[in-house]
Design a protein around this ligand. Structure first.
Ligand SMILES: Cc1ncc(COP(=O)(O)O)c(C=O)c1O
Length: 386
């Protein structure tokens, strides 16, 4: 690790200098097949010409203007995002955690204005992950993230995914919103399921609780639909996006449906860089590619191909495979971390999720041949061969 940094990441021993398509290249010119997309960020791969064009054109015109003025590029991005998502309006920010903070503020104000004080609890899921700020850690239902950093923002309550009885008793009169990942990413690609999501939607509608989905990792086409929650037949009052939204330039979004669209008023919320013109230009490039039924179908088909191929390899130490589109996990009978290092030396980048799970989030643009090549490396390494 470079001593100039705080020691916050379990860094792997490689230094990258450039990327091209599904590959990254290190300082020695060695190439690595990228099954991570920078944790679901480089959704169109590395060095996509659409980004080069967007960045060159926008940087020649305007890099930043404060949100007290209008900007044509940012407005186009917002309009495209609202149209692609089927939501009513959007607040733009810089990251996933910031987007979830915005969602929590919307739920609290929505409820306060209608029902008065005391209805500020937000229900989230055990095993969920919503960010690293004090509030989004409070929303994160995994105790090991909480160690050392209390006290947290109050008013969060966790239920186990799938436990509809617990959900029913958790959604009492103190609750203003729920915030769920439609497919939990950090805890190992775990889909919420239509029954649980449907029950949540039913109770939320009945009690006027905002149904909010954190689509930061699973959204934006990754599962083969624009939002992962769509496959459960429910509609969100609020949805958050970030990660791949500008393909590698930081941006986040809080999208509101009809109910939540008028909650924020001038002065309620803000972000200096939110909707920065450079990020917006890259966001337009992403949406123009991803918001296309044929492209989304291709993601779903490549995901099914990936999971099917992985299954067919019958690797002895793989105990379970789960997937939704190009968001796939393989549980191992052994620790995942040493495998990340082993795969790195063989030119394949993968992620872990928990102690014994490998997670694959390849770029949407990956080819079937690249999937085959990566899975061959994976199978050989997991079998302990050359
Ligand atoms: C589901 C989910 N929500 C929120 C976040 C936080 O996003 P960021 O790191 O951009 O703050 C992440 C990051 O991994 C995530 O996977």
């Amino acid at each position: 690790m470079n001593k100039a940094f705080m020691n916050t990441y379990h860094e792997l021993p490689v230094t990258f200098t450039r990327g091209e398509g599904s590959y990254l290249f290190d300082t020695e010119g060695r190439r690595y097949l990228d099954f991570t997309s920078g944790i679901a960020v480089n959704c169109l791969g590395h060095g996509h010409p659409a980004f080069r064009r967007a960045i060159a054109a926008q940087s020649a015109k305007l890099l930043h203007v404060s949100n007290y003025y209008r900007c044509d590029t940012t407005e186009t991005f917002a309009e495209k995002l609202v149209a692609a998502s089927g939501m009513k309006n959007v607040f733009l920010c810089n990251s996933g955690a910031e987007a979830n903070e915005g969602a929590c503020k919307i739920a609290r104000k929505y409820s306060l204005k209608r029902y008065g004080k005391g209805r500020h609890t937000i229900v989230t899921l055990k095993g969920g992950f919503h960010g690293r700020t004090i509030t989004t850690l409070a929303a994160t239902g995994q105790e090991h993230f909480h160690k050392n950093f209390g006290p947290f923002t109050e008013g969060f309550r966790f239920v186990a995914p799938g436990d509809t009885e617990a959900l029913e008793s958790a959604l009492d009169d103190s609750v203003c919103g729920v915030l769920f990942e439609a497919v939990q990413g950090e805890s190992g690609v775990r889909p919420l399921g239509a029954d649980f999501a449907g029950k949540a939607a039913e109770i939320c509608a009945k009690k006027d609780i905002l149904l909010m989905f954190d689509e930061i990792q699973c959204g934006l086409g990754r599962t083969g639909a624009f939002f992962a929650f769509e496959s459960y037949g429910v509609r969100a009052d609020v949805a958050t996006l970030a990660k791949g939204l500008a393909g590698g330039i930081p941006v986040g979004a809080v999208l509101a449906g009809e109910k939540a669209s008028g909650v924020f008023e001038p002065g309620d919320h803000g972000s200096t860089f939110g909707g920065n013109p450079l990020a917006a230009a890259c966001g337009i490039a992403v949406l123009d590619t991803v918001n296309d039924p044929a492209f989304l179908l291709e993601i779903a088909e490549k995901g099914a191909y990936f999971a099917g191929r992985l299954e067919s390899l019958r690797i002895p130490c793989v105990t379970e495979i789960r997937g939704r589109g190009l968001m796939i996990a393989a549980d191992l009978s052994s620790q995942a971390r040493p495998m990340l290092e082993k795969l790195l030396t063989r030119g394949l980048l993968v992620l872990s999720a928990g102690e014994k799970t490998l997670r694959f989030l390849p770029p949407y643009t990956i080819s079937r041949e690249e999937i085959d090549a990566g899975l061959e490396i994976l199978a050989a390494a997991l079998r302990g061969g050359a």
